[in-house]
Ligand binder design. Structure first.
Ligand code: ADP
Length: 306
């Protein structure tokens, strides 16, 4: 199984002509409420990839929390490790998208901040039974660090998506296998900091190779429409993305990471899982929505060998 320790948010998105100025009230022309949070998205992606998933998360006892739990249930993600926190609101992202395509996002961590190291300790049995444990930079730093320690204690593979780039210890980064980063996050941890913005996939492969075994046990860097690269002690690989028409890139990175974790947990090699995850990411950008854009296992596998 894959155990995901992660954030759960409800994304409320208003679509406006232009952003309001301070003090101004404007009318939006569209509105959408959807499940979000990197943890929830990645748990759904791993589940859609066909792996048994346990999602450890905290929601508030409010309408947003009920909506989030209903959505996870509809998608088939087990709710057994989703905890109800009485005194905090469910995590929320208030997103505004302007006609220019620009967006602003305000995230309120809310109940996610109640996912403490003690709560991680309480899930030892799940970790003991897991092949792989996955977490992200949206949880409190001490919580992320405890996940790494407990994964090591039980010999579960520890996958860390450092999004956003949280200030976790170098030791926590070192045990990540892999550390999954986009280009911006890679630069934030000192991988490719001086690389030009038009660096090629092969240049990023070399940068990942020099960081593997130093920054983290293994490294994966996603590069949007270009694809992704990976490196570990055995070698380094580049997986170009297919040329597709992107209609909505929201959640593509989470779809990529959840898929990568699922196929690693299943026993695939890093280069195999990389290739499959790139195919999953490319499929996700071709459909609207976040978790609703994740393609089923067979579709992803067919696309990855095409
Ligand atoms: P994030 O959204 O976290 O910044 P990326 O933009 O690097 O992450 O995208 C993650 C993955 O999603 C990429 O490695 C790729 O597989 C896929 N992807 C993203 N954008 C595109 C695109 N325009 N065409 C094809 N695949 C894409």
């Amino acid at each position: 199984a894959v155990v995901v320790f992660g954030s759960l948010n409800v994304d409320s998105t208003s679509y406006v002509d232009a952003f309001p100025a301070p003090g101004e009230t404007i009318l939006a022309h569209d509105f959408r409420v959807a499940l979000g949070g990197k943890g929830a998205n990645q748990a759904v992606a791993a589940h859609v990839a066909g792996l048994p998933v346990e999602f450890v998360a905290c929601v508030g006892d409010d309408a947003s929390g009920a909506f989030a739990r209903e959505t996870l249930e509809r998608l088939g993600v087990p709710m057994t490790a989703v905890r109800l926190v009485p005194d905090a609101p469910t995590g929320v992202a208030q997103i505004t998208v302007a006609d220019s395509g620009e967006n602003t996002v305000i995230v309120t961590g809310g109940a996610n901040l109640a996912l403490t190291p003690e709560m991680v300790e309480a899930e030892r049995e799940r970790v003991a039974a897991a092949a792989l444990v996955l977490t992200q930079g949206e949880l409190p730093v001490p919580t992320i660090e405890r996940v790494a320690v407990i994964a090591a204690e039980f010999g579960a593979r520890f996958v860390l998506n450092l999004a956003p780039p949280a200030p976790v210890s170098a030791e926590t980064l070192r045990v990540a296998d892999p550390l999954v980063l986009n280009e911006h996050e890679a630069r934030a941890v000192g991988i490719g900091t001086d690389a030009p913005s038009d660096a090629t996939l092969d240049e990023w492969r070399a940068l990942a190779a020099s960081a593997a075994g130093v920054v983290a046990r293994s490294i994966v860097v996603t590069l949007g429409g270009a694809g992704a690269v990976a490196a570990d002690a055995a070698g380094s690989w580049a997986a170009p993305a297919p040329r597709v028409t992107a209609v909505d890139t929201t959640g593509a990175g989470d779809g990529f990471t959840g898929t990568l974790a699922a196929f690693l947990a299943e026993g695939r090699s890093l280069p195999e899982a990389l290739r499959i995850a790139v195919a999953a990411g490319a499929l996700a950008v071709q459909a609207r929505g976040t978790v609703d854009s994740y393609a089923p296992r067979d579709t992803v596998l067919a696309a990855s060998s095409a």
